[in-house]
Design a protein around this ligand. Sequence first.
Ligand SMILES: Nc1nc2c(ncn2[C@@H]2O[C@H](COP(=O)(O)OP(=O)(O)OP(=O)(O)O)[C@@H](O)[C@H]2O)c(=O)[nH]1
Ligand SMILES: [Mg+2]
Length: 465
Amino acid sequence: MSALEPGDPFQDTIAAIATPPGEGSIGVVRLSGPHALEVASHVFVSSFGRDPRRFASHTIHHGHVVDSGTGAVIDEVVLVFMKGPRSYTGEDVVELQGHGGRVSLEAILNLTLRHGARPALAGEFTRRAFLNGRLDLAQAEAVLEVVRARTEAGLAAAVRQLRGGLSGRVEGLRAELLSVVASLEASVDFPEEGFDFPAVGELEKQIYRIEEGVGVLIQQARDGRLLREGATVVIAGRPNVGKSSLLNALLGRERAIVSVVPGTTRDTVEEELEIRGFPIRLIDTAGLREEPQDPIEMEGLRRTREAVGRADVTIVVVDGSEPIAPLDLNAWSESPEPRILVANKSDLEPAAQSAAYQDRFGVEPLFTSARTRQGVEGLRSEIGRLLGGDAAGEAIMMVGPRHREALERAERQLERARRGLGEGISVELTVLDVRGALHALGEIVGETVTEEILDQIFRDFCIGK
Ligand SMILES: Nc1nc2c(ncn2[C@@H]2O[C@H](COP(=O)(O)OP(=O)(O)OP(=O)(O)O)[C@@H](O)[C@H]2O)c(=O)[nH]1
Ligand SMILES: [Mg+2]
């Protein structure tokens, strides 16, 4: 047995099963740390009698994991060695790739623990990659986004972030801010040079440009959220206008019950679909009515309002073959932006023209027929457009809630700094605000970040990542 002692948390060697639980065609136990190869040498027996301690970096070896205590062969494996810093964590990494059974993987893991490794914490491999400078923080977080991506567009955005897309933008803004700080501090240190007005105007403009850059990223945070969590699209309107029929038409299958009886849908009906790369939760609701007849209808109505309340986009449907009713106008005015007005049943004789809708609702409707599918593609594109164009667009980045909060803080401080400059308050105070903004942006890439933030971020990772 080895005499390795777990010591300094960043000097010790960690181990974890890196593949998901359950049966797989392979399963991987991963080791990282200065003694990774040493630990492996106690559990791995090469088929060619080689000593693992002499393995060259980036080589693969066939052999068996053997319990040296009992001589029992645990599994036939392939050992991969990646010497730091050219590895995921930046440290020496060994992967033992076995047959993927839970019992054998746990036995391999336990053996490595017996020989001096320590069980890895959630996200600890990625955390080490960050601490060793292999990834900045935004990139480390992108690892989780890649794993969790729900659509191809979401994956593409996560990979862009992993490759430094967000970090590059933030670094660019930080560099500009640093030059602002330098100019401001120069004026404090050398007051005799004077701080003349053109220079102030120039700095205000420069700060404003940086604010705009931050604003763009905040907007992308919204798109990023939609990509990660999916967007909620709610279909609302008075009874019998064809809400359920439209849900079915958008899905391309008969999911919700459709009938001539008003009040068919009493509960909300949810389905998943994808529009332009955005994962969408499409919700059909009970028709909005003036006076619910019974407790079930009341509850249905409550659920409808609740769904509309959390919608990213609301589709308000009216029956185009009937005159515009007060309830239609209510449904419209109760729905928050962004919303789409749809006049359904366009296969029937229209009761009102575009101009009449424009007059009453303030917008022209999209004419659809859930029956013939006419206009349904147009509705789909309109949903995509309102969600922010094209999820596959190069511009969208996975700006997560943590980034968004830091960006908003930076934006507020920049605005205060800029106003302060304009109002002629002391340069020292302005410098404080600009430095505050710099700090907030630094949190995104992990330049300025606390242990607590790191704990929070990596807690969401699985063990072995
Ligand atoms: N002609 C025509 N009829 C339609 C169209 N869409 C729906 N209908 C009919 O309208 C009636 C009501 O449709 P539903 O989809 O159940 O309407 P709803 O808005 O979900 O109704 P509730 O669930 O009762 O609120 C059914 O008889 C449908 O066949 C359409 O585009 N054209
Ligand atoms: Mg319905």
